[in-house]
Design a protein around this ligand. Structure first.
Ligand SMILES: C[S@@+](CC[C@H](N)C(=O)[O-])C[C@H]1O[C@@H](n2cnc3c(N)ncnc32)[C@H](O)[C@@H]1O
Length: 201
């Protein structure tokens, strides 16, 4: 599946092994992001660039960040393919980000990395595992603590990168929902053992 046209979104995305491919959750997050009509957005963990590219094509100024340098390069290439320009960052979460946004999206990965090297290895291994299968479920069980740590770090840091009334849309596993205990949030829709959640600043 090297290149795929998403007719519903009017964009074409190239995939490469070692960069997380577009999944159903990617498309659901993109739909909800559009509905919020933010002026500015950041796609945290951009992967192929799908969310940021789509949002730019509908007039939302969306930047993109990933810890995996291959994902950053692919996002730039896919942006060009769709005739748009995107500001990209290579960063562990918000480490290299100084701006604030109306919306931040995060489709968190299975696994938790805070280095470019380990993220490249992890994404490469994962690209052999089909999404939403029993194998994903079993592997997830063993690494869910690590993923939760990443989601926790994201929620703590995102707070200072949101404009007034800013929001985050993210995929949270059921196991992670207690991280939202003290945060104003609503479930947008359930998704494969978790939910797509809107978190307010
Ligand atoms: C499940 S993929 C989502 C990709 C894309 N947003 C999508 O929805 O198709 C998660 C992405 O997060 C990136 N990632 C993992 N840890 C990260 C970190 N600490 N900081 C930034 N990005 C990270 C991975 O490299 C991967 O591209």
């Amino acid at each position: 599946m090297p290149e795929q046209h998403f007719s519903e979104f009017h964009i074409t995305i190239k995939h490469i092994r070692g960069v997380s491919s577009v999944g159903d959750e990617t498309k659901i997050i993109a739909h909800h992001a559009k509905a919020l009509q933010p002026q500015t957005a950041l796609d945290m963990g951009c992967g192929t660039g799908f969310i940021s590219i789509y949002l730019n094509t509908i007039g939302i100024d969306c930047e993109a960040v990933d810890i995996n340098p291959n994902a950053v390069e692919l996002t730039k290439e896919n942006a060009k393919k769709n005739n748009i320009e995107i500001i990209t960052y290579h960063s562990d979460l918000f480490q290299n980000i100084s701006k604030k946004y109306d919306l931040i999206t995060f489709n968190a990965p299975y696994g938790n990395t805070s280095s470019a090297k380990s993220s490249k290895v992890l994404e490469f291994i994962k690209s052999f595992i089909p999404k939403k299968t029993i194998i994903t479920k079993i592997s997830y069980y063993f690494i869910r603590k690590k993923r939760k740590e990443l989601t926790k770090r994201f929620l703590e840091q995102a707070q200072s990168h949101l404009n007034e009334n800013g929001k985050c849309i993210l995929l949270m596993d059921n196991y992670e929902m207690d991280l939202l205990k003290e945060k104003k949030h609503m479930v947008l829709e359930p998704f494969f053992g978790g939910q797509i959640v809107l978190v307010e600043s």
